[in-house]
Design a protein around this ligand. Sequence first.
Ligand code: TRH
Length: 358
Amino acid sequence: MKLRCDIFCAVVDNLGDAGVCWRLARRLARERGWSIRLWIDDVAPLAALRPGIDPTLTEQDVDGVSIRQWRQPFPDLEPGAVVIEAFACALPANFVAAMARMPRPPVWINLEYLSAEDWVAGCHGLASPHPTLPLTKHFFFPGFTSGSGGLMRERDADFGAAARGSELTVSLFCYDNPALPRLLDTWAQGGEPIACLVADGLPRRQVAAWCGDAFAVGTEFVRGALRLAAVPFVAQPEYDRRLGSCDLNFVRGEDSFVRAQWAQRPFVWQIYPQDDDVHHKKLDAFLAPYTAELDSASAQALRAFWRAWNGDGDAAAAWPAFRAVLPALAAHAPRWAASAAAPGELVDNLAYFCEQRI
Ligand code: TRH
């Protein structure tokens, strides 16, 4: 009999929550043969990531996953043997009560956000007994080091091949970023032809303001040495191939950040901004291992550019040194991907963790 699993996803903002949950659900269904109900409170982001998903349906089956709109009141039903809450979203009270009534309570997992901070390995897998009910929740932390839950990567992930052209090809996916206009000026005024593929949404709107042009999806805008293309938002597998084909990828948040690493190309990460500048600490926590095996000039140029892109410094001023070390970063990328794969693949690790406890 198939192992039944409920995954709960509350979309906080943007696409990452849905993106991570969709990968997880699809993988558990396809590769582990689990029967998955994915409860999501906003289906629209999923529909953007996986064409064929209808954002208006309350229930639909796609890629072997039963996608259900998570609405209030939540129906009374029997929980699966595994219950996964993504990013500490609060489960419906009647569902938790039903979990507690089961003769064998489900394995309850909180899949946490990705962080490279040192404490992650110490907290990964920890149990947290419910204060009043006979239930135990386990914390599952993605991560880069052994002792963490690892990172997600599909067995059939395809990042294509690097395109060989005369221009430096860049993909741009970012939040609102005050460093962007001056960087675009620098690229336009520079001596090197640059082709920049601008993702739809926030990046395209910022670039449109810089161009003083509608910069509609499907159009191009040329200024000096810079050619900007407003590319459509594509399905996750196609975005992987875009990352693999570019000389440099600007990524953000969590999921595109991980994909850029698997694509094995140089990249720049805009971390999700948090209150009290906590994100700067998280950025540095990643930079430390990421730059550990780089020569000091490359490490310094990368740190300066990444920090500036995240609001600490002048990205335009840091660009020439960063551009100069791109070949070294390209050589480093496959070595880093191998080290990031060392803790094993997240979905395999998570499935094993659960199956041991059922
Ligand atoms: O969209 P994000 O910023 O997502 C999030 C949220 O901000 C969330 O609240 C936060 O908690 C989390 O990040 C850490 O960035 P992310 O995570 O990179 O997700 C983007 C998704 O969009 C990812 O699955 C890749 C996908 N994508 C496509 O499928 N096609 C595209 O064309 C592009 C540009 C992205």
